[in-house]
Design a protein around this ligand. Structure first.
Ligand SMILES: C[S@@+](CC[C@H](N)C(=O)[O-])C[C@H]1O[C@@H](n2cnc3c(N)ncnc32)[C@H](O)[C@@H]1O
Length: 262
């Protein structure tokens, strides 16, 4: 168990080296991840770890990879994808604007934006669409851009989609087809610290803010609400809720979906 002063001491160094501000993350998340990360690096205490962070680029890399937990899967909570397909997207398709713009915030290794793209491709007469997929973790983003997954990882992809949107590469590996990849721009972006310059019809941010302190959570939701077009939707994770949506200009419409304005 780390002392508060230890975390504070680490915070400055980590912020300087990685741009990640530990102050935004829940103490429970810090207590769970930091001792594990430090012991993997072979450090006995925070001072030793900070020294290693300074002189060993591999330790720094390891921190970035292990701090943000990238657990993700294709079509996570499939019943929510059904709501998206049957209730949310048909309405968004009718909206004005030539291109449907979607932001997948905290996209991890890409399973979320690729799942969204498959759902959109399957909609009859769908509008052109574009997905901005962001994360703070560059390794996760590299994996997402590559779009190559193991058989185990894609087991939740329906067989019909697997056939249409993945190319078998042999040895149990599958690559996402270029047609889906072209719709998605992957970019490094910190939900808590970086600007958002566009607005979107749909913002998807699932299982990301669970690690944030209440204030950071609110800040993130506010940023997402500001990034939504009037009438647009915010889709959050199935263990999350927004405490006071109306104060953010949002209205609860369906489990885990909120609408801007109206
Ligand atoms: C558990 S994964 C969720 C992936 C996907 N959204 C899903 O539901 O399957 C959480 C992701 O949030 C990212 N993340 C954590 N803090 C972030 C921040 N401040 N800005 C952007 N992404 C962040 C992590 O790097 C990680 O890839």
């Amino acid at each position: 168990m780390l002392k508060k002063e230890d975390i504070q001491y680490l915070r400055d160094k980590v912020l300087e080296k990685t741009g990640i501000d530990l102050a935004y993350y829940k103490e429970k998340q810090l207590q769970r991840r930091l001792p594990f990360i430090m012991s993997r690096a072979g450090a006995q205490n925070v001072e030793e770890y900070v020294e290693l962070l300074d002189k060993d680029p591999q330790v720094l890399e390891d921190f970035k990879n292990r701090f943000a937990i990238n657990v993700s899967e294709f079509f996570r909570n499939p019943e929510r994808y059904e709501d998206l397909k049957n209730k949310i997207l048909p309405e968004l398709m009718k909206g004005t604007g030539l291109v449907l713009k979607i932001w997948s915030a905290g996209c991890s290794v890409g399973s979320e934006p690729y799942s969204l793209a498959m759902i959109l491709e399957e909609m009859p007469h769908h509008k052109p669409y574009r997905i901005w997929a962001t994360d703070i973790d560059e390794d996760a983003l590299d994996k997402a851009k590559e779009g190559v997954y193991s058989e185990d990882f894609i087991c939740s992809v329906p067989p019909l989609y697997l056939e249409k949107y993945f190319q078998p590469l042999g040895e149990g590996k599958y690559a996402v087809v270029p047609r889906l990849k072209r719709r998605i721009v992957f970019e490094k972006h910190d939900l808590l610290q970086d600007e958002v310059k566009e607005t979107f019809a749909l913002v998807v941010c699932r299982n990301v803010v669970i690690y944030f302190e209440d204030e950071a959570k609110r800040m993130a939701f506010e940023k997402m609400s500001n990034a939504l077009q009037e009438g647009g939707y915010l889709w959050i994770g199935s263990t999350e809720r927004i405490a006071d949506p109306s104060s953010l200009g949002l209205r609860y419409v369906l489990p885990f979906f909120y609408q801007k304005g109206r």
